[in-house]
Structure formats: structure tokens, C-alpha cells
Write a protein that binds this ligand. Structure first.
Ligand code: NAP
Length: 200
């Protein structure tokens, strides 16, 4: 398969790219590195990415930008900025990419554990990840030409614990292998509309 990975240079993207490149042709994309450049907050840039990539069988997105929040001072604008960087960026990848993916192609988006397990400082994360889950349920019903869409919802990954683990007491880290397997399962099976939770 020919697979476009957006956010390939990130923690999860690197793991997925390593695992999938053994069996598949990979095109990497990111804001500042990769075979192709894209800013997922821009519809124009997302469209240009699909034009440049040409026909692909799958598109994985692990790209994200955004920050933790302080509920006492959290504003609509803070939420909108984070939504643009993770929620609407990934929604646009599906809305635009549906016209470019090969028949029976597959999208895999990335959400996260805060959709289901709230943590201090992650109200925006919870809102965005929960919305991504709902989007995928609807998009799976709507997509044409045999296209599929799933979302992987990782827990805090062991590789990231040294940066963010202590911020989330009680959340048990998960192994990168388990998270990567969720993306591979989504690519190599025929499931659609699935929220694949990989929690510790
Ligand atoms: N790591 C974890 O423990 C964990 C746990 C739960 C959920 N998640 C979720 O999994 C996803 C990936 O996490 P990660 O830890 O792999 O993130 P990461 O290491 O910060 O990597 C993010 C990637 O996204 C790219 N990117 C950022 N903004 C972009 C934009 N506007 N357009 C295109 N590319 C952009 C970055 O490229 P540049 O560097 O070039 O900007 C980078 O390759 C995120 O949605 C995160 O919330 C992660």
C-alpha cells in the first residue's frame, strides 16, 4: 500500500513510520520535515498536500499542535486555537482527502485518552478528542467508494512519560508497540468507524 503519514516526525509518527515502512510505501509529511510539507490548520495546505502526494491507499494523521489549559482562565479563543490544531485539522484531512484517496482507502486519525479520562489542564484535550470520536462515527457512515475511517486514542505513551507523565498522576503509560499495532490493525483490516482505545 501507499501510505501518507502526516506528523511522521513526531513521537507516535516515528513509531508508525518505522513499523509500516517494512511492508508499505510511505510518504512522510509534516510542518517542518518530511517528504512533503503541510500545515493542517490550513485547508489550502491540506489540499495541496493531497495534490502533491498523488493517489494513496491510506492517510494517517498524528500531527497536532496545542497546549494544556488553565480552567480558571480558559477562553473560547484558547479552545478554538487548540481545536484548529488538532480537531479541525484532522476533520479537514478527511473532508478534503476523501476526494483524493484511492477506492477502499483508509483514514486513521489520532485522538487521546482525555476523551474518556479527564485530567487537570486537559479540558481542551478532552473536548477535542471526544469530538474526534463523534466525527469518526459519522464520517464512517458518510464516506463513499469503500473509504474507511478510524481513530486511535492512545494513553500516555512510555516514550513521552519523561516529558508529560508526571503531569497526569494515575494514568498508567502504554507501550509504543501497542499504539503502533492499533494503526496497523486499522490499515490492514476492513474495520471502519472504530475508536481504538489503547489505555494502560
Ligand atoms: N505522545 C503521547 O503520549 C500521546 C498520548 C495521547 C495522545 N497523543 C496524541 O497523539 C498525537 C501525536 O502525538 P505525538 O506525541 O506524536 O506528538 P509530537 O511528538 O508533538 O509530534 C507532532 C507532529 O505533528 C507535526 N505537526 C504539528 N503541528 C502541525 C501542523 N499544523 N501541520 C502539520 N504537522 C504538524 C509536528 O511536525 P513539526 O515538528 O514539523 O511541527 C510533529 O511531527 C497528538 O494528537 C497527541 O495529542 C499523544
Amino acid at each position: 500500500m501507499k501510505i501518507l503519514i502526516i506528523g511522521a516526525s513526531g513521537t507516535i509518527g516515528t513509531g508508525i513510520t518505522g513499523a509500516l515502512s517494512e511492508k508499505h510505501e510511505i510518504i512522510t509529511a509534516g510542518r517542518s520535515s518530511g517528504d512533503l510539507r503541510v500545515d493542517i490548520t490550513s485547508k489550502k495546505s491540506v489540499k495541496q498536500l493531497f495534490e502533491e502526494a498523488g493517489p494513496v491507499d491510506a492517510c494517517i494523521c498524528t500531527a497536532t499542535s496545542g497546549s494544556m489549559d488553565d480552567f480558571g482562565t480558559l477562553t473560547e479563543m484558547d479552545l478554538l486555537i487548540n481545536m484548529k490544531g488538532k480537531l479541525l485539522g484532522q476533520v479537514n484531512i478527511v473532508l478534503i482527502g476523501q476526494h483524493y484517496l484511492n477506492e477502499n482507502g483508509c483514514f486513521i486519525l489520532t485522538s487521546g485518552i482525555f476523551a474518556d479520562r479527564p485530567a487537570k489542564g486537559a479540558t481542551g484535550g478532552g473536548l477535542i478528542n471526544g469530538a474526534l470520536h463523534s466525527f469518526v462515527l459519522s464520517a464512517a457512515v458518510e464516506l463513499q467508494r469503500g473509504l474507511r475511517v478510524n481513530v486511535v486514542s492512545p494513553g500516555i505513551i512510555e516514550d513521552s512519560v519523561k516529558d508529560s507523565g508526571p503531569v497526569f498522576p494515575g494514568l498508567r503509560p502504554v507501550a509504543m508497540n501497542g499504539v503502533v499495532d492499533a494503526y496497523v490493525k486499522s490499515i490492514e483490516s476492513d474495520i471502519s468507524g472504530n475508536i481504538i482505545r489503547v489505555y494502560g
